[in-house]
Ligand binder design. Structure first.
Ligand SMILES: [Zn+2]
Ligand SMILES: [Zn+2]
Length: 766
């Protein structure tokens, strides 16, 4: 029998597994890696072959991800042994690259075994674990095409590499203290310290120093999480005011002292992908206040490289492990860059001489509605493909959005969503965007025929797209991309009702959209409802200063003659500027209109005195969610739209908020009722759309749905009303999911164009 297995089956111990399985069943034959996966041939007792065929799938190594198995009978060749054959490297490449994988239990045992030759060796790995995506320069996946190429194997390692019964058989990054990379500890002037760098670094952390640590996909900045002075120092040097820091806990037990952890959260924390998991913080934990100021949640991860394990073993306490950068810059991943940018922040550097080929940030997930949901999909996940619900007829590149950018390349049913790139306004980020696209094109052998982009003419991702030559363009409206991403993420093609609530996205009518009700399939959409547009006084200043949106909504909620209610704190606090923004809105100068739901949350946050200005994106809304009283079920009166198309009056909700405040309700109760009212408003609106069009499925997407309180409430109410609800599963609901949505739209339009015999549904020049 010949068996083809496609998917992630290289670099994950698949060949030794198959070798062992064939031997145990007394089967002869061969296995070979090729450009799509592996090809196996076996001969022997028929029932054994059937068993082999079943167990190849059911017992595959933990890191293998099998996507397709095809078997066929072939003539008997009378072979007597089972062999592993040399790889083929010709033909069209279609092999998948594995993400980076956390240190496995076997390697961990060796690292802490004084009798093992890899005792305390920080680069120990095997076919079941270790660096992959971050060290791969090209394919096929082979040591010579990784950053381990400069470390020739010693005789002992070579023996393991060539022994099919060994756990390190063809483990491309394998190494040992004799032949592999090594760590060093430097002070900020580059002077080497002590001869036990890891123990010394641990001592420094324990004594309150800030240490930069070179990891898998970039540098981290580390400080003892219980030491308020150390964490505060790190914050001030990093110029990061309030945004929470993630913490690395030495083990699960220590993580339990920081946060409550249920079974699913435990599974996420200990998975080989090792993301940062957002958990409910315990009020009695000994975390320094500055780790996550005014935040109910704490991002926790467990060690995922031998270096982390060794460091944590010496420190014996949770360590702040935050990205190695200043403020919003991209994380440092080359040694020169780290020395330059991080020496004003870190007192010491724990570094090593294995190069990081591509910058990859930590991933962030949370558990919601009984499953793991990505907030940032990067290390440990990328570049594993997300499957499209339809095959892309031609290769596609999607350039994504501006903030939290990812790009995506697609080939047939595979969508390769990139690692987290970041906010493109920064030059360095733009460079990693360009280099990342080149890398993915080479890695996955994709030469795009179609390029998809956001309609916002000022997005740098859009400008990059439109500079490309010899391709067809597909412009995708921002909120259509969100809904398409949610549909495709669930394997659906629509049509469906789509609710896209986010900060801002380029609209088709000259206003800025962000509180949108669509009817959409992957190829097209219709805007059937939205929040009534209000001015953003001062334009982008209104994003940074939510009190301006409070001013705008209050002006809308109360007619000129009524005036804004007296003694409203937000107006009193900002009295000196209040007349200016009124004038701006009246004269319509620098006051673009927006239907953004994010801005409505900002307005209410400012009215409830959560904050008037923000230090990071979404801060006001995040803090409003955290303020909300648990268990509050009331909502304000919310109108049911009579027919489509409709406008929903956010200002009416603002009136409800103000009336409630003035009636003496506490701010936490008002915050909860506001969330409940938004959920109710969504359900009422979807009900009207269902009546008009007979659609009973709702896809929820956009950054506003990172708000767990809103998401869970909305889903519950929709399901109670008989709707089928789709939410994100594999790509984030925020703008990091836009590139995946763009790919889905481009693939669907390309298919539709072929079926209808016309050209691509086109985009008009701006
Ligand atoms: Zn291992
Ligand atoms: Zn060696």
């Amino acid at each position: 029998m010949r068996i083809r297995v496609d998917g992630i089956v290289q670099g994950v111990g698949f060949r030794p597994f198959v070798f062992g399985l064939a031997q145990s069943l007394s089967l002869a034959g061969s296995i070979v890696n090729d450009l799509r996966g592996v090809a196996i041939e076996v001969e022997g007792i028929v029932s054994h072959i059937a068993e082999f065929r079943a167990r190849v799938v059911s017992e595959a190594p933990p890191l293998a991800s099998i996507q397709n198995v095809i078997s066929e009978s072939i003539p008997i060749a009378n072979r007597s042994v089972f062999e592993i054959l040399a790889s083929h490297a010709d033909g069209e490449r279609d092999v998948l690259v594995s993400p980076d994988i956390a240190t496995c239990a076997d390697c961990l045992r060796e690292i802490f075994d004084p009798m093992d030759r890899r005792y305390r060796y920080p680069f120990t790995n095997c076919t079941n674990c270790g660096p992959r995506f971050t060290v791969v320069r090209g394919v096929p996946y082979d040591r010579s095409l990784t950053t381990m190429a400069e470390f020739p194997l010693c005789a002992d390692c070579a023996r393991e590499y060539h022994d099919p019964s060994n756990r390190r058989f063809h483990a491309e990054p394998l190494c040992c203290p004799a032949c592999g990379p090594s760590v060093r500890l430097l002070d900020r002037n580059g002077i080497a310290q002590a001869d036990d760098p890891i123990r010394k670094a641990a001592e420094l952390l324990s004594s309150g120093k800030v240490v930069a640590v070179k990891g898998l996909g970039g540098y981290h900045l580390a400080a003892l999480a219980s030491n308020e002075n150390a964490v505060k120092l790190l914050r001030s040097r990093k110029h990061r005011e309030d945004k929470p820091f993630a913490v690395m806990a030495p083990n699960l037990e220590s993580a339990r002292a920081l946060a409550t952890i249920d079974a699913l959260e435990e599974r996420a924390l200990t998975s080989p992908r090792r993301p940062v998991v957002l958990l409910n913080r315990r009020p009695d934990s000994d975390l320094a206040h500055s780790v996550a100021p005014s935040n109910r949640f704490i991002g926790v991860m467990l060690p995922y490289t031998p270096l982390h394990h060794l460091l944590c073993e010496s420190v014996k306490a949770p360590i702040v492990f935050t990205s190695g950068n200043v403020s919003d810059e991209p994380i440092a991943y080359t040694d020169d860059d780290a020395a330059k940018r991080l020496s004003p922040i870190a007192d010491y550097f724990l570094i090593h001489n294995r190069q990081i080929h591509i910058r990859t940030d930590d991933s962030v997930v949370r558990v919601s509605r009984g499953r793991e949901v990505p907030q940032r999909r990067s290390r440990g996940y990328a570049p594993q493909p997300v499957e499209l619900p339809l095959k892309a007829r031609r290769p596609i590149l999607a350039c994504g959005a501006e903030l939290k950018n990812t790009f995506c390349v697609a080939k047939r049913q595979h969508a390769f969503v990139s690692h987290h790139i970041g906010d493109l306004e920064n030059f360095e980020t733009l460079r990693s965007f360009r280099e990342g696209i080149d890398h993915f094109r080479r890695l996955f052998d994709v030469n795009p025929a179609i390029v998809a982009f956001d309609l916002h003419p000022e997005y740098l991702s859009t400008k990059y797209a439109l500079d490309l030559k010899g391709v067809e363009f597909v412009g995708v409206q921002h909120h259509h991309a969100h809904i398409a991403a949610c549909l495709a993420d669930n394997g659906e093609q629509g049509p469906s009702i789509g609710v896209a609530f986010d900060g801002l996205g380029f609209g088709l009518d000259g206003t800025i959209w962000g509180g949108e009700f669509l009817i959409a399939d992957l190829a097209k959409f219709e805007r059937v409802g939205h929040l009534e547009a209000v001015p953003m006084p001062g334009g982008t200043a209104a994003i940074k200063q939510p009190w301006r949106m409070a001013g705008s909504y209050l002006r809308k909620a109360y007619s000129e003659s009524e005036n804004v209610p007296a003694h409203l704190e937000v107006a009193e606090r900002n009295a000196h500027q209040w007349p200016q923004i009124s004038a701006l809105m009246k004269s319509r100068v620098n006051s673009p209109l927006t239907s953004s739901a994010g801005r409505l949350f900002d307005a209410v946050a400012a009215i409830l005195s959560v904050r008037d200005a923000i230090n990071y994106e979404g801060q006001a809304a995040i803090e409003l969610e955290q303020l909300a009283a648990v268990g509050e079920d009331d909502a304000y009166e919310v109108a049911v739209p009579a027919a489509i198309p409709f406008e929903l009056h956010g200002a009416a909700l603002v009136r409800g908020v103000v009336d409630d405040l003035r009636a003496g309700s506490s701010v936490d109760v008002v915050a909860a009722r506001f969330h409940n009212s938004i959920a109710l408003m969504i359900v009422n609106a979807c009900d009207t759309i269902r009546t008009a069009r007979g659609l009973a499925q709702v896809a929820l997407s956009g950054g506003v749905f990172q708000n767990q309180l809103l998401l869970e409430r909305t889903v519950r109410l929709l399901e109670q009303a008989g709707f089928r609800v789709l939410t994100h599963r594999q790509v984030p609901t925020n703008d990091a999911g836009i590139s995946f949505g763009q790919v889905a739209v481009a693939a669907a339009r390309d298919c539709a164009a072929r079926c209808q015999g016309g050209g691509l549904v086109q985009w008009e020049p701006f």
